[in-house]
Design a protein around this ligand. Structure first.
Ligand code: FAD
Length: 498
């Protein structure tokens, strides 16, 4: 595509995406790259995005960030999973808890033991075997790598944090390491008249910033990737009908729960994300089924504490940019696409895109084969996450509103239908193409929303009904005992803040 060495990288945007990108690039390449980040205080960032998933720990570790400093500065709390309330049916709830459920064997996952027990009338709750769930419901947390004395995994966790504070935290990190921040609004994007490559960004002040590689972190508008390069967008709203959110923070209440809540309502759902200093709340809905006024009234009447700001309305279109990398522009963050926040995947998509960029960084020029590979991996990643999110809507048994009835009749992507059919027939889940969500994540949503497999793996037949009941009772007791001994989430946070 071009043979120009890349020494000057220009990042447009200083939201979570911009600063995460700058941080990993400067950490990895140091002074070998000249990195400039342009942002406009007047435009500001989207100001939502508070729940993450466990890989964020690796990102922070890679940057060498001290976990205690991070928790303090970003007002973070621990997240052990997401509780889904009223999704399968009104009055029911389950958790997509991180980490393991029970004890799996190399050729047979734990869920097969549970299914056999169910079929034989030995009734256990699937989440009796999740240490994460048991800790979450006790509002407890500590670092546990393994359950002592047994080959069972410990607690997997992520964070809830204030995304604005995280961006500021990373800004400090980047500026200390030589990233140049430029304040100003981009008013013009100059492109090469022959190749179409972006050459420079011109600010309202007249200042021009040039580079060989541009990272578009300008948010939903996609100033470079779409408004300048007309890359195109694949719209997935026929599968994921929510198109609007209203967000509002409210005062904290005790206890500070170590999990996110996702509470379904008649035309969408509401999130509740506890931070140290406040609770983040938001309602997500389809404007075809619910008016903005109705949604706002519903949100404001369902807060745990006094609101701390005016509600903020955000429109979005679910889907992805057709090429995450086009010419000499790589889009990262909301500019590259958006999947609604049900499984807290957007910040993770930023992380994986930056990691991919670092791995394929075009030091000696932009090579079409590498760009195609980057875009292929990005497409697969978006599609797999999309399927997982659609599953929550599709697999509902609610009859109380047209929204849920329409969702249950959805004609889902073939890739998802196949996964659902395989699970229903056999209890098996296959994790494809390095997809983000684990087999256990899929199993929890399937089972939590009422899809119980018709069969189970024959390995399980090695145990009689009595032996199976004994084994399950013993695993359940060990997990409960381990959870009982954990300190509270509050104690954990207090120790970090000392
Ligand atoms: C309702 C909702 C809830 C969400 N919840 C979660 C969640 O729980 N977990 C999660 O992982 N993600 C969540 N997300 C996604 C998350 O908010 C974003 O992925 C994340 O904040 C990254 O945003 P961004 O940096 O791409 O864009 P933005 O935050 O919009 O930043 C854009 C930046 O570009 C700059 N900019 C734009 N135009 C110009 C210009 N002309 N000149 C100069 N600068 C410019 C702006 O000043 C700003 O700095 C949520 C998103 C929504 C909509």
């Amino acid at each position: 595509m071009n043979n120009k060495s890349v020494n000057n990288v220009v990042i447009l945007g200083g939201g979570t995406a911009g600063w995460m990108t700058a941080a990993l690039l400067v950490k990895t390449f140091g002074k070998r790259l000249n990195i400039k980040l342009v942002e406009s205080e007047e435009i500001g960032s989207i100001g939502v995005g508070e729940a993450t998933i466990p890989p964020i720990i690796h990102f922070n570790d890679e940057l060498g960030i001290d976990p205690k400093a991070f928790i303090k500065e970003t007002k973070a709390t621990i997240k052990l999973g997401i509780e889904f309330e009223n999704w399968g049916n009104i009055g029911e709830s389950y958790m997509h808890a991180f980490g393991d459920v029970g004890k799996s064997f190399p050729l047979c996952d734990f869920n097969h033991f549970w299914v056999k027990a169910q079929k034989e009338g030995v009734d256990f709750n699937f989440w009796d075997f999740s240490l994460n769930y048991q800790a979450a419901k006790r509002n407890a947390f500590a670092h546990v790598d393994k359950i002592p004395g047994l080959n069972l995994a410990g607690l997997a966790f992520a964070f809830h944090f204030d995304a604005g504070l995280y961006a500021q935290f990373l800004r400090k990190y980047c500026e200390q390491r030589g990233v140049t921040r430029i304040e100003g609004k981009v008013s013009e994007v100059k492109q090469n008249s022959q190749t179409g490559d972006v050459e420079s960004l011109v600010l309202e002040s007249g200042e021009s910033i040039s580079g060989e590689l541009f990272v578009d972190c300008s948010g939903i508008r996609g100033l470079l990737i779409e408004q300048s390069l007309n890359t195109g967008y694949e719209d997935w709203s026929h599968w994921l009908p929510a198109d609007t959110a209203i967000a509002v923070p409210c005062e904290s209440v005790e206890p500070i729960t170590p999990y996110t809540r996702s509470i379904a309502h008649e035309s969408g759902w509401q999130w509740r994300i506890p931070l140290q200093h406040r609770i983040g709340n938001g309602i997500v809905y389809s404007s075809k089924y619910m008016s903005d006024e109705e949604a706002e009234a519903k949100l404001m009447s369902n807060l745990d504490g006094k609101p701390l700001a005016d509600p903020k309305l955000i429109r979005f279109k679910v889907g992805r940019r057709l090429k995450q990398w086009n010419r000499n522009v790589v889009s990262i963050g909301l500019s590259s696409g958006f999947l609604e926040p049900l499984e807290s995947t957007s910040i993770h998509l930023i992380q994986s895109a930056v990691v991919r960029l670092v791995k394929m960084f075009p030091h000696h020029g932009i090579n079409e084969t590498m760009v195609d590979e980057f875009n292929k991996q990005s497409r697969i990643e978006f599609e797999r996450i999309r399927d997982f999110i659609i599953l929550h809507y599709k697999l509902n048994h609610r009859q109380d509103s047209k929204f849920w009835q329409d969702c249950s009749r959805l004609d889902v992507p073939k890739s998802l239908q196949q996964k659902m059919d395989v699970f229903k027939a056999s209890g098996l889940v296959f994790r494809e193409n390095d997809e983000l969500f684990t087999k256990i994540g899929w199993q929890q949503v399937f089972i939590g929303q009422g899809l119980i497999p018709e069969d189970y793996h024959r390995t399980v037949e090695q145990l009689s009904t009595e032996e199976l009941a004994e084994m399950l009772t013993s695993v359940k007791q060990i997990i409960a005992k381990t959870a009982d001994k954990l300190p509270s989430h509050k104690e954990y946070l207090e120790a970090c803040l000392k």
